[in-house]
Design a protein around this ligand. Structure first.
Ligand SMILES: [Zn+2]
Length: 337
């Protein structure tokens, strides 16, 4: 997840900077997220809050469902970012708020219950070295770039993959040494896409959620409905039709028409996704109201679309899945779809 975190930070910084400079069209940005001069600290706060929230929910889903995921890895559960990945406009605020420096990885979030939190990591910690190997701060200044942070995170992830890693950490008030014992989690990246479109998707290796959709979710339970659905595509091994082209896409659309739009892969992902969410401790009762509210405010999902039932039909189907989950819970059985 760490490398996805840094990528999304860059995407935010880069997209917002381009809009602010008015030299690159940015059709994906809605008026609500168009930068205004002087609001950089507010934008940074909004983006990092959303980022932290997505990372917290993604960690819980990934850990709770590791035994169902086709690929697993040893994870600290944290999200890392760097000063350099931010646009020149946001960077001074990111440095001041999070104690960042150059390409060095800083802790953006150490979710409660994660190995990073158990090791004592806090937001604002800056990683200087792992297992005696110094991480590189890179060159000072320059345009937004994530390659330096990505290289540092590769060193960190390689250390975590060995089962235990000791970090030299710069913290306000003085340096500390912390040891992380990572735990198994789904080997799956979560990326927040800067977009006004209310959507989420998966490409078999990564899970994408737009900033608009993440912001639309009113609670972590609702966010878990969305992320759980996308993780379910991964668990089920679906090659999502919307990420395929040519013949594969035609086959998928044909299959959907033959099915009368009754569900197929999407219905399965809704069902399994709600189980993944419940297994991570989120409330499955959040799903149906979420879909009804989503349908009421987004015409694209109000009626059946290629591959997807209407929001109302999905809500009704999810209520049935919720009852199924509650029955299994009461019976004390395994929460398996
Ligand atoms: Zn889907």
């Amino acid at each position: 997840m760490a490398s996805a975190r840094l990528l999304l930070r860059l995407l935010f910084g880069a997209a917002l900077t381009a809009a602010g400079g008015a030299c690159t069209p940015t059709p994906d940005l809605s008026p609500s997220v168009q930068p205004q001069s002087g609001d950089a600290p507010l934008r940074l706060a909004a983006l990092t809050d959303l980022d932290q929230r997505v990372a917290r929910v993604a960690w819980r889903l990934s850990e709770a469902n590791a035994d169902l995921c086709p690929t697993v890895r040893l994870s600290a559960g944290w999200a890392l970012h760097s000063a350099r990945q931010y646009s020149l406009e946001l960077r001074p605020h990111a440095e001041a708020r999070f104690g960042l420096r150059g390409d060095l990885p800083g802790v953006l979030v150490a979710p409660p219950g994660s190995p990073a939190a158990a090791a004592g990591f806090r937001v604002g910690d800056l990683l200087l070295a792992v297992d005696g190997v110094a991480l590189s701060p890179g060159e000072p200044g320059g345009a937004a770039a994530w390659e330096g942070l990505a290289a540092n995170i590769a060193v960190v992830d390689a250390a975590l993959a060995r089962g235990s890693a000791r970090f030299a950490v710069q913290r306000e008030g003085g340096p500390v040494d912390l040891v992380i014992r990572p735990r198994r989690a789904c080997g799956y990246e979560v990326q927040l896409d800067p977009s006004d479109e209310l959507n989420a998707r998966a490409d078999g290796r990564r899970l994408f959620i737009s900033t608009a959709l993440a912001g639309f979710a009113q609670s972590d339970d609702e966010l878990a409905v969305i992320l759980g659905h996308e993780l379910a595509h991964h668990v089920l091994g679906h090659r999502p039709w919307n990420d395929t082209g040519g013949a594969a896409r035609r086959v998928n659309e044909g299959a959907w028409r033959a099915d009368g739009g009754r569900g197929g892969a999407e219905q399965q992902a809704d069902r399994v996704g709600l189980y993944l969410s419940a297994r991570a401790g989120y409330d499955p009762a959040a799903a149906a109201p979420f879909w009804r509210r989503f349908g009421a405010s987004n015409w694209r999902v109000r009626y059946p679309q290629v591959g997807h039932a209407s929001a109302g039909a999905r809500a009704a189907a999810l209520e049935a899945v919720e009852r199924e989950i509650e029955a299994k819970r009461s019976a004390g059985g395994d929460l398996l779809p």
